[in-house]
Design a protein. Structure first.
Length: 193
């Protein structure tokens, strides 16, 4: 993996542990020569991650929709900033740039982006690894919801298993490097009247 998209909050959250893990991930990217592709912000978890990598001369590419390109959000000190017309075009651009995806703690946007990456994998459109860094059990309830979806027949276990989950930066990235996408088959049930 040469470039990885990281989806995370524009907030810092209430617990210092999340900030520290973002720094740890940034340092791991530097040590393993992995470029960061992210939402282009200078605030919250996004800013901490980008700043950690930039301070050590790593590659940071921001992809930001024009509607968010204002001074209090836009990071002006990164390797490259790409401005897109819409959020949808931003996702497409990120997809074209990266070899994998990671989610750190965040809100609606983080979940939206990581689930879109998983959906692309489920449909066989992409074969890239998708991981979540489950710092402090942040994603435990989400993981439980995925289990409910499997139990109730709305998600195949093989599709759930595409999501790489770890509490360790090094373990998560190592498992992503070794990821082999399953062959996907799509079955559409017909409704007959």
């Amino acid at each position: 993996m040469k470039k990885v998209a990281v989806f995370c909050g524009s907030s810092i959250g209430f617990n210092e542990i999340y900030r520290n893990e973002a720094i740890k991930l940034g340092n791991h990217f530097i040590e393993n020569n992995i470029g960061l592709v992210y939402g282009g912000g200078k605030i919250g978890m996004m800013g901490i991650l980008a700043d950690t990598i930039i301070e050590k001369n790593g590659e940071v590419i921001g992809v930001i929709p024009g509607l968010l390109r204002h001074e209090e959000v836009f990071h002006s000190n990164i390797t490259q900033m790409i401005v897109t017309k819409t959020m949808s075009k931003r996702k497409i651009k990120i997809s074209k740039l990266v070899d994998g995806y990671i989610a750190l703690p965040g809100g609606f946007g983080t979940l939206d982006e990581i689930f879109e990456a998983l959906t692309l994998g489920q449909l066989g459109i992409e074969t890239k690894p998708v991981g979540i860094l489950n710092t402090n059990g942040f994603f435990n309830h989400l993981i439980k919801q995925l289990d409910v979806m499997v139990t109730e027949g709305y998600l195949k276990q093989s599709n759930k298993d595409m999501l790489i989950i770890s509490e360790s930066v090094a373990d998560l990235v190592a498992r992503m490097f070794n990821y082999k996408a399953p062959e996907m088959t799509i079955v559409i049930n017909k409704i007959v009247k």
